[in-house]
Design a protein around this ligand. Structure first.
Ligand SMILES: [Zn+2]
Length: 305
């Protein structure tokens, strides 16, 4: 399986347009050792001609241009065979509206996430210009299905969605939460049997999270916040990481102490918020992560499994 990190930052990206925090200001001024990042999305393929995107970020156009394997091969074409959504956050879905240039698209999403994006959304009509512009393939919890090419043939990859503690997208706040609101993806390469697990939003440590990573060769994991009170400490808000359904990485009960034990698995933190000290290549927090054998994703990172 070929894997390319298109974007590695949490919502807002790094730097975030309206943020003057230590990191955002530092990268603008060149006073910190760090690299800018677009909002989280990953491309993967069983072979180099048929790609699937995990989430569609608001920066999808820029991300496609930065990766020649996703460029069209003829006058009107895309090697993107499908897009999988892990939840309904706008930083995961807004990119769909940017892919509106009369190109047939296949979207894999749970019914909850798909309804949340399409119902009552007049802008979605731009993706319904002609019959068959969008094919929605429902993801059902714990049910494995092949990822298909646009022509219906199997790609060599399969997906199994797992419920992961999370939250509703902000624009649907107030609805009754559902296990389908936030999922992790287990993607299996059917030839090698190797498994990639994609968990960009993990709200809490639960037995389900442990089951989701069982047998994986590569895990992308929620790296949004280093500490629970990161935003409060930097006077950027009054919410804790857990209030936003993100398990912080650092501290005694942080995800790093859990990830450290998965020493046989390649572990990569993704969806990193611009306030997170992990973004600074020379921070002590980055050192702690690297000592534990865990990597921090960056835009353009390429992996294989
Ligand atoms: Zn910032």
């Amino acid at each position: 399986m070929l894997i390319r990190v298109l974007g590695s930052a949490a919502g807002g990206g790094f730097p975030q347009w309206n943020c003057g925090c230590f990191n955002c200001e530092g990268i603008r001024k060149g006073t910190i050792v760090a690299q800018a990042r677009t909002q989280e999305s990953v491309a993967l393929a069983a072979h180099s001609d048929a790609w699937f995107l995990l989430n569609a970020s608001p920066e999808v156009r820029q991300q496609i241009e930065a990766f020649p394997s996703l460029h069209p091969r003829s006058a009107r074409d895309t090697p993107i065979e499908g897009i999988l959504l892990t939840n309904g956050d706008l930083d995961h879905c807004l990119g769909l509206l940017s892919l509106r240039e009369s190109q047939p698209l296949t979207i894999y999403a749970t019914e909850r996430v798909w309804r949340g994006f399409t119902e009552g959304n007049v802008l979605f009509r731009t993706l319904e210009r002609f019959e068959g512009q969008i094919t929605w393939r429902p993801l059902r919890l714990n049910v494995t299905q092949p990822l298909r090419l646009q022509d219906g043939t199997e790609s060599g990859l399969s997906v199994c969605p797992i419920a992961i503690p999370g939250k509703l997208p902000i624009h649907l706040d107030g609805l009754v939460p559902d296990p389908e609101d936030n999922i992790g993806l287990r993607i299996t390469d059917q030839r090698s049997g190797k498994v990639l697990v994609y968990l960009p939003a993990v709200g809490a440590a639960t037995p389900g999270v442990g089951q989701a990573v069982a047998g994986a060769g590569l895990v992308f994991f929620d790296g949004t916040f280093w500490s629970s009170d990161e935003l409060i400490e930097q006077q950027l808000g009054d919410k804790h990481a857990e209030d936003m359904a993100h398990w912080p990485v650092g501290g005694e009960s942080g995800s790093l102490s859990w990830l450290r034990k998965l020493s046989q698995v390649r572990r990569v933190l993704i969806h990193v918020n611009n306030t997170n000290p992990l973004l600074r290549d020379n921070s002590s927090e980055r050192g702690q992560v690297e000592t534990a054998g865990v990597e921090v994703a960056y835009d353009g990172m390429e992996l294989s499994l």
